[in-house]
Design a protein. Structure first.
Length: 717
């Protein structure tokens, strides 16, 4: 009953921003002040690319509501999947409106009542949406002060706001609250002059640590995820899945499935599903379906994929270059050529892809575990030929995404089945489905040719990326002669990736930082220079230098040439507008190849840090997750068939793996906020690989660095 009540409350909300007439919008929401501002180029103001902001509302009441009792509601199309913006976004709004954080409540990821959003990924929530929201809040504050000025009979310059109370600074008895200004009216006011966002010296919430506002309900189990939802008459669905991405169904017999009590088989084209009010019976029925397939498998697997990529018919795209590669070669005393391999990775979030769909009175409502509510809505509109006002997507709490839930196949499937069945349909992917139909971090090859002169200065950098992404592929070092080339799928050529690939926390930056920072370490060792000093000598970027200095101090670093036998590694990089540097200490059992991480330190420059407690948790989470791709995680496959089906064989980090973790967040309150959900993961593979070299003299070129691969590297010393 409790779940049904929650759903009913969500269904009652609608929005003018998505096609509802204004009078109906106000009728639903009731009293309060709504801020309407003349459209202006918010995109230019915050530097947001136009293609990312095609749906960002120019009508700023879409972002906030001030109710009659002074409560402020923040509306965002972003979703909460553990990153903590459910707390930090209200902190940002509170400071712009000059109200206490306790007055702010937040509504997230509902396409009927929240402003359009491209999706929750790329560590963009704070650095992009947060700035848009702050601008909207500043506009609201300007309107409220103007209204207060007229009612109190004093100039705006003489007013200030303290926790939602507007006060005459020359006569403290003259006050009026946001609640009094509202009076249940809908006020439309336009501002000719755009107010500035609040100066950082006046922050009362931003920059202070707060516990996550959703912590208690998640710990107690009160928090509701999509799979917790219930609707009257709801049925559970299971979908017939092919055994390989290269399989095509040729025949199907579902007569045995129909004999399971309460089971109905639904078929539309290649979509074959069973529904039943009992989840266990749906599970029983799906395995009764007998299907035959034809296969068009490509002879490639997790061992041969790298050679397959290098031999593929590819486009060589010149990304950028500086100086002259041939001239740089002549300046080098020593040159180095390396090839790095990175495997496919699964997201393996604790919650599998889940969706509940209901088609009622011509409107499709879908509750979905997705990072992209509006993207799902647009796809349902297209798949079911429905207009925007007839499709609503609501995203409850999401149990982990890491980029994988930017895709929303399960939401489209549930919507189709709900329309065909005429009943609410709950679709929860099994763990096996999650592994097989997830979009994977792409495997890739990085080839680097580099060189240093007699002084240990890098003069040459020829960087080549094969079938992985270029995020993080920048040299970051001060190198006069560079060339960057990206090898991609040629139009009409057979596909290299045999299944779907996509974002995986800091997409591809993990790959590129691993290759770059190991190559830098190779050159430092050849130069006979301490790896920290080598980096300092070849860097001009103050942000990274500051991070390196901060992490060295935190770690208690003592200079030494590698391999020193101490097992200490260094790596640095940049992602999502932020800069990071890591140091790690490892122990390597040379008889087994097992690597134990003793401690890791990370320093991060992320501009304004809105919630240091939340940012610290994110850094620790990145480091923990990074140990997975560094040491164990890998998707095994043969052609289009995924062989890694469960967490029994796909090894994510365990508590027993965790080292001592130290973090430093550089104080940059005067700078714009940058991303915090991904940067600290990018250098984990590299810092561990470099620490293994320092401990043993064995160089690692392949992720993950399993005991077997460490032993193999040790044999090459």
């Amino acid at each position: 009953m409790k779940e049904e009540k929650i759903i009913d409350q969500n269904i009652s909300q609608t929005s003018e921003a998505h096609g509802m007439p204004r009078r109906d919008f106000f009728k639903i929401l009731g009293g309060g002040i709504f801020i309407f501002v003349r459209p202006w180029k918010v995109l230019d103001f915050i530097g947001l690319p136009a293609e990312q902001a095609r749906g960002v509302p120019k009508d700023y009441n879409a972002f906030l509501r001030i109710a009659e009792d002074g409560t402020v509601t923040c509306y965002t199309g972003k979703i909460e999947m553990g990153q903590g913006i459910i707390t930090s976004l209200p902190q940002m709004m509170a400071d712009e409106l000059n109200v206490s954080l306790e007055r702010i409540k937040i509504v997230m990821g509902d396409t009927d009542i929240c402003p359009w959003d491209q999706g929750t990924w790329g560590s963009l929530s704070t650095r992009v949406f947060g700035q848009i929201m702050r601008t909207a809040s500043a506009e609201a504050r300007g309107v409220l002060l103007d209204l207060a000025s007229k009612q109190l009979g004093v100039p705006v310059s003489q007013l200030e706001v303290r926790d939602g109370i507007v006060i005459d600074t020359k006569d403290s008895k003259k006050t009026i609250s946001y609640a009094q200004l509202a009076q249940g009216k809908k006020i439309e006011k336009f501002l000719d002059v755009k107010p500035s966002m609040e100066d950082y010296t006046k922050f009362k919430s931003m920059g202070k640590s707060y516990n996550r506002s959703d912590s208690a309900i998640k710990v107690t189990g009160e928090a509701k995820y999509t799979g917790d939802m219930k609707l009257p008459g709801m049925v559970f669905a299971r979908i017939l899945r092919p055994p390989s991405h290269a399989a095509k169904m040729t025949s199907v017999d579902y007569s045995a499935a129909e004999k399971i009590a309460g089971t109905k088989v639904i078929r539309e084209g290649d979509l074959v599903a069973v529904i039943n009010e009992d989840r266990d019976k749906a599970d029983e029925a799906i395995v009764k379906i007998k299907a035959e397939y034809s296969f068009n498998e490509v002879a490639v697997n997790d061992k041969t994929i790298y050679d397959f990529m290098l031999k593929a018919d590819s486009n060589a795209i010149a990304i950028r270059s500086t100086g002259d590669i041939d001239a740089g070669q002549k300046l080098c005393d020593k040159t180095f050529e390396s090839e790095f391999h990175d495997p496919y990775l699964a997201h393996s979030a604790i919650e599998t892809h889940t969706a509940l769909a209901q088609f009622e009175n011509g409107k499709m409502t879908v509750w979905a575990s997705t990072q992209s509510p509006f993207g799902l809505r647009e796809n349902i509109m297209r798949e079911l030929s429905l207009p925007a006002d007839k499709v609503r997507v609501i995203t409850p709490f999401v149990g982990g995404g890491f980029g994988g839930k930017g895709e929303f196949q399960q939401g489209i499937e549930a919507a189709k089945l709900a329309k065909l069945a005429g009943k609410p349909v709950m679709l929860m992917w099994t763990r096996e489905e999650e592994f097989v139909y997830d979009t994977f971090h792409p495997a890739g090859v990085i080839k680097i040719r580099s060189g240093i002169d007699k002084a240990g200065i890098i003069q040459l950098w020829d960087y080549n990326v094969y079938y992985s992404g270029t995020r993080g592929a920048d040299a970051i070092y001060d190198i006069p002669n560079t060339k960057f080339t990206h090898y991609t799928q040629k139009s009409g050529a057979p596909p290299v990736h045999q299944f779907g690939t996509g974002a995986w926390r800091a997409p591809n930056n993990n790959t590129n930082t691993f290759a770059r920072e190991v190559q830098i370490d190779i050159m430092a060792a050849a130069a006979g220079t301490d790896p920290l000093e080598f980096r300092r000598k070849n860097l001009k970027d103050k942000h990274i230098l500051d991070c390196l200095n901060a992490v060295a101090e935190k770690f208690g670093y003592v200079a030494g040439k590698s391999p020193s036998g101490r097992g200490i590694g260094i790596a640095c990089g940049a992602d999502a507008g932020a800069w990071v540097a890591h140091m790690a200490e490892v122990k390597v059992d040379k008889s087994t190849g097992k690597v134990m991480i003793v401690r890791i330190a990370c320093a991060q420059d992320m501009g304004l840090c809105v919630n240091p407690e939340g940012a610290t948790i994110q850094m620790e989470g990145c480091i923990t997750m990074g140990l997975g791709y560094a040491l164990a995680e890998e998707v095994l496959f043969e052609g289009g068939k995924i062989l890694t089906h469960s967490l029994d064989v796909y090894n994510i980090p365990r508590f027993s793996w965790l080292p001592k973790i130290d973090t430093v967040i550089l104080d940059r309150k005067d700078q714009p906020p940058q991303g915090g959900g991904e940067p600290a993961i990018i250098a984990i593979g590299a810092v561990v690989a470099n620490a293994i070299f320092d401990a043993t003299g064995a160089r690692m070129y392949r992720l993950p660095m399993t005991p077997e691969r460490v032993l193999e590297a040790l044999k090459k010393i």
